[in-house]
Design a binder for this molecule. Structure first.
Ligand code: TXA
Ligand code: MG
Length: 359
């Protein structure tokens, strides 16, 4: 959006996350039905919602986020029955996944029906669908009466929003309404699985882990870009959005890997040098080590023993470095197993794959 374009007035409404009041989302549903945009909470991150069957609404979503339009959107439904209206077929693997993980933080890729516009799928013949468990999200979808296309409700490139305040910062003046139901539960975007090929492929790791998928389906492939530690120009991610620089704070972020003593020593040395050069420094720390760092801002992201806590806090901590004007950020490295695969995938992207190994 250029400065000349007039800003629209954005209404913020508060809605109880557990028991949204009957009728409280009627107006929000009407806005979506009529082609407008409403940001809303889900259990993963806040989404920027529009009518997923309306090419014009999808175009507005891309414009509001400043997002390239070849990056497809996820359709959100409130009932599994709604799936048959938008997808050509439901493969066996998808049925198993839906039964086990819907409603919840899992997105499944299907072959789309004609009614889903290419404007929503970024020109692809497949469509991403998810059924969120958040009561506010479910009520909004029912009120709207259409599948809601929703990317994360951040400006393109910034960390995904986990509170309504994050959304207000990024999108106020660009969309009609923001629904505030407080902080989300999980904090990382949904796991994405493609079931359109011979074998299921994990396209984006999330709260539903590779281990959980493998346990249910066997022989799940992992899109190699997920775990790469250095971007390989020859690898093309199967989820187009995974190719973009993402989740990045404004400051330079470096992940420091190695035994904890060495990591603490290296980070403190780097911060001292940066500080002397006039930079504001920050550390993304585990609770276990937070007290050992000397930097302008030390953010405790949670315990190493509790990756759910780290996942929940990660994006808020990255945004907070921006708020505090931190220019040089050093992050501890976390274990890449289970939920750690999703945490490290987001952290590596946030760092632009900048990693330092110490001994
Ligand atoms: O948790 C979430 O999934 C959140 C909430 C709001 O539901 N949404 C979200 O959307 O993270 P977004 O747009 O930020 O990320 C969608 C990802 C992108 O990487 C995109 O490329 C991929 O899903 N995707 C969407 N449709 C696809 C398709 N047909 N084939 C492959 N990847 C697809
Ligand atoms: Mg996103």
């Amino acid at each position: 959006m250029t400065e000349q374009e007039s800003l629209i007035s954005t209404r913020v409404i508060k809605v109880d996350p557990e028991h949204p009041e009957e009728g409280s989302l009627r107006e929000a549903g009407r806005i979506i039905r009529e082609g407008g945009l409403v940001a809303f909470p889900t259990e993963t991150v806040y989404g920027l919602g529009g009518n997923g069957l309306d090419a014009g609404a999808s175009a507005k979503i891309y414009a509001a986020k400043g997002r390239p339009s070849d990056n497809p959107l996820i359709l959100h439904i409130a009932d599994p029955e709604a799936l048959t209206d938008i997808v050509e077929e439901i493969p066996e693997a998808a049925k198993l996944l839906m039964e086990r993980f819907w409603p919840g933080p899992l997105t499944i890729i299907f072959r789309k029906k004609d009614c889903v516009p290419y404007a929503t799928t970024g020109g692809l013949d497949t469509v991403a669908v998810r059924m969120p468990s958040h009561p506010t999200a479910q009520m909004l979808i029912r009120e709207a009466g259409v599948p809601i296309a929703a990317p994360s409700a951040n400006l393109s490139g910034r960390p995904s929003p986990t509170t309504a305040e994050h959304v207000i910062r990024d999108l106020s003046g660009r969309i009609e309404m923001i629904i505030d139901s407080g902080a989300v539960g999980i904090g990382l975007e949904s796991t994405i699985v493609d079931v359109t090929g011979e074998r299921p492929v994990l396209l984006r790791p999330g709260y539903i882990t590779y281990e959980m998928l493998e346990d249910l389906l066997n022989e799940v492939q992992i899109d190699p870009v997920i775990t790469e530690t250095k971007p390989d120009p020859n690898l093309k991610p199967k989820a187009p959005g995974m190719k973009y620089r993402h989740y990045a704070p404004k400051g330079d972020l470096v992940i420091v890997k190695g035994p904890m003593d060495a990591v603490i020593r290296a980070i403190n040395e780097a911060c001292e040098k940066d500080h002397a050069a006039g930079y504001t420094t920050g550390v993304l720390a585990s609770s276990e080590a937070a007290a050992s760092y000397h930097a302008d801002v030390v953010s405790d992201c949670g315990s190493r023993e509790n990756l759910e806590e780290i996942a929940h806090n990660l994006f808020a901590v990255l945004r907070d470095f921006d708020e505090q004007g931190v220019e040089k950020i050093y992050a501890e490295c976390f274990d890449g197993e289970a939920l750690g695969m999703a945490v490290m995938n987001r952290l590596r992207k946030a760092a632009g794959y900048h990693m330092m190994t110490v001994e």
